[in-house]
Design a protein around this ligand. Structure first.
Ligand SMILES: Cc1ncc(COP(=O)(O)O)c(C=O)c1O
Length: 373
């Protein structure tokens, strides 16, 4: 490449990220990433890793020893749960009411598992009666549910699903990529055996880390496996040694991302979980009031609408993609399109973490109103 063809340094525009994620990181989180690098086995970094684990336990509301951030995005958190818990021939029951339940099925099948899907219309929740009926027909090792379906804006209540799962002798796996930090997630009270999340949504950190947590029961299954975990990188037995007291080298932790997560979790703790959830609820309610004034509404099932991800119905005759393009070009606001059967029918508006403010809601409603005129 000649000198004249080397691109200029990338200078990203300033965007308000109100899509399904990533959402904007808090300023102090971005500052934390500019700190000097240390080695990943530096004693101060190791102390910081301990603090991350302990803050993650608080945010997940768990005492699980095996709680750590996997060095990759939320999908790797998903894979980490499935590849460690499943062996070829195992049976698994998966709730499918959007993109991420569908992705879980793909991941589980690649582990050699036999998947039974419990499907619900996109935008609605997975009902306990549907899981109960499916459990009668098969004896799965694992039941997996997406708590907050980012593709549709529905929040499935999980306590009853977890109870049914355990009564059937199975493990309960939960995706909390969009819920963690934005609405209650109580891993121990809900008896969740394996849970994963992502750094880039309500934790207000850049994408790149996937917090996971495994109950002692899930760890027994992992340590007692017949076959080795299919993935070397995501094998929790190795990650346990790296993140545990032995500090056995496994991979080079993404140093700056861990600085960022440490700061993001500190901010969550400083605000307090209850206050943070209340803030997400308040901005969601404010958005709904404003949408009604514009003649618009949220399409996900009433009573189960996510606070942090709002699926807004595109009105008849509106140019769905054109509105998104104008929001971005004229107002610097990013919102998400609908996926799969929701394509062209909804805008997905995230009000997550640092971005969950009434000021952002007002700015967005004002811009949307003008784009629709
Ligand atoms: C519910 C849910 N699960 C899993 C994922 C996958 O996470 P990532 O895109 O960080 O790999 C996402 C991402 O949007 C998500 O919303």
């Amino acid at each position: 490449m000649s000198n004249s063809s080397i691109p200029a340094a990338y200078s990203p525009p300033d965007r308000l990220l109100l899509g399904p994620g990533p959402s904007n990181a808090a300023p102090s989180v971005l500052q934390a990433m500019q700190q000097p690098l240390v080695g990943h086995l530096d004693p101060t970094f190791i102390d910081m890793m301990e603090e991350i684990k302990s803050m993650l336990r608080h945010v997940f509301q768990t005492e699980n020893e095996m709680t750590l951030p996997v060095s990759a995005t939320g999908s790797a958190g998903m894979e980490a749960c499935f590849v460690n818990l499943l062996e070829p021939g195992d049976k698994v029951l998966i709730g499918v009411n959007g993109v991420f339940g569908t992705r879980m099925c793909d991941v589980a099948e690649r582990c050699g598992a036999t998947v039974t899907k419990v499907e619900a219309e996109w935008g609605t929740i997975i009902e306990p009666s549907a899981i109960a009926a499916a459990l009668e027909g098969c004896k799965p090792k694992l039941v997996a549910i997406v708590h907050a379906e980012t593709s549709t804006g529905a929040l499935t209540p999980v306590e009853e699903l977890s109870r049914l799962t355990h009564d059937a002798g199975a493990l309960f796996l939960l995706d909390t990529v969009t819920s963690l930090g934005g609405c209650p997630v109580a891993v121990d009270d809900w008896h969740v055996d394996a849970v994963y999340s992502g750094s880039q949504k309500c934790l207000s950190c850049p994408p790149g880390l996937a917090p996971v947590s495994f109950s002692p029961r899930a760890m027994e299954v992992i340590t007692g496996r017949k076959a080795r975990v299919q993935s070397w990188y995501l094998d929790m037995n190795f990650l346990a040694s790296y993140w545990g007291s032995e500090r056995v080298y496994h991979h080079t932790a993404p140093i700056s991302m861990n600085y960022a997560l440490h700061e993001a979790l500190r901010l969550v703790l400083e605000e307090g979980l209850e206050a943070r959830w209340a803030r997400h609820r308040k901005v969601h309610e404010a958005l709904k009031v404003g949408l009604t004034k514009l003649g618009l509404s949220i399409t996900s099932q009433k009573g189960h609408q996510l606070w942090q991800l709002n699926a807004i119905g595109v009105p008849d005759g509106a140019d769905e993609a054109g509105v998104r393009t104008r929001l971005l070009s004229d107002y610097g606001i990013e919102v998400g399109p609908g996926l799969g059967p929701m394509k062209g029918k909804i805008w997905r508006v995230g009000l997550m973490g640092h971005n969950a403010t009434v000021a952002n809601v007002e700015h967005f409603l004002d811009a949307l109103g003008q784009c629709l005129e």
